[in-house]
Design a protein around this ligand. Structure first.
Ligand code: PEP
Length: 251
């Protein structure tokens, strides 16, 4: 496995000046802790600005979503071709907010994963169960379905380019309850086995990140879990002081 991944999705947050300030701070931070692979996923409107601000650093930049088609009558959508022209490296796909509020389904996500691969971007496919699924004990089935459909038809070679984020819906955002490390380890094991079933040996090298209320209190235990190859952090990485605290604790 490569370096441990640390990244954040800004969602619909940060003005241009806040973004500029963040990039300056992040540049300093990664010089202090060069042992991790960093990525940030700002809103579309900030992509070019962040590309330029972080051009001299190894920080990877991602988009929060995209359409699967190159072009067409899709008002308000973003083409993978444009992201490729901007040299965006990661396409975050299927965040639970997209699935929940914008009805993104696994079939559409499959088309998006293929489009990202077509344009040489890393598809970061987010999967996760609702609290109700956890309560009924169907988390493995829910995740297997999301993975089987979302990754349908990919070759083993293509699979090597994927990243998966496990983000239990009940654990993310303001109302989230952090997931217990032993639960995370169990679920990452389910994901790993499914990836190996789909792609053989290639399934073993796909990084699986954990996301959902990661903070300075739980980051170390979560990062130590088997099959956790990175942390995908929301609120706690938007403030660089807190992000640094996490990175420092992990180091
Ligand atoms: C997220 O929404 O993807 C996320 C990980 O958020 P948070 O860390 O704030 O729970």
């Amino acid at each position: 496995m490569e370096q441990f991944l640390l990244g954040t999705n800004w969602k619909m947050h940060k003005t241009f000046s806040e973004a500029e300030e963040y990039a300056i701070g992040l540049d300093k931070l990664i010089k202090k802790y060069p042992m991790y692979s960093y990525f940030i996923i700002p809103p579309y409107t900030h992509l070019k600005q962040m590309q330029q601000a972080l051009a001299q650093t190894p920080v990877m930049i991602g988009a929060q979503n995209m359409h699967w088609a190159d072009e067409g009558a899709y008002t308000g959508e973003i083409s993978p071709k444009w992201l490729h022209d901007l040299e965006i490296q990661i396409a975050e796909l299927g965040h639970s907010e997209r699935r929940q509020y914008y009805q993104e389904n696994d079939e559409d996500l499959n088309k998006k994963v293929k489009a990202a691969l077509r344009y040489k971007m890393t598809p970061l496919l987010c999967v996760g169960e609702y609290g109700k699924d956890k309560a009924y004990g169907v988390t493995p089935e829910v995740l297997r379905r999301q993975l089987k459909i979302g990754l349908f038809g990919l070759t083993d070679e293509e699979a090597k380019k994927l990243w998966i984020a496990y983000e239990p819906v009940w654990a993310i955002g303001e109302s989230g309850t952090p997931a217990a490390p032993d639960y995370v380890e169990k679920v990452h094991g389910v994901i790993r086995r499914q990836l190996v079933e789909l792609f053989g040996e290639a399934g073993n090298i796909i990084p699986i990140l954990y996301g959902g209320s990661v903070d300075p209190q739980n980051c170390v235990e979560l990062a130590r879990c088997r099959d956790v190859d990175g942390l995908f952090i929301g609120r706690s990485a938007w403030d660089l002081k807190q992000f640094e605290q996490i990175i420092n604790l992990l180091s």
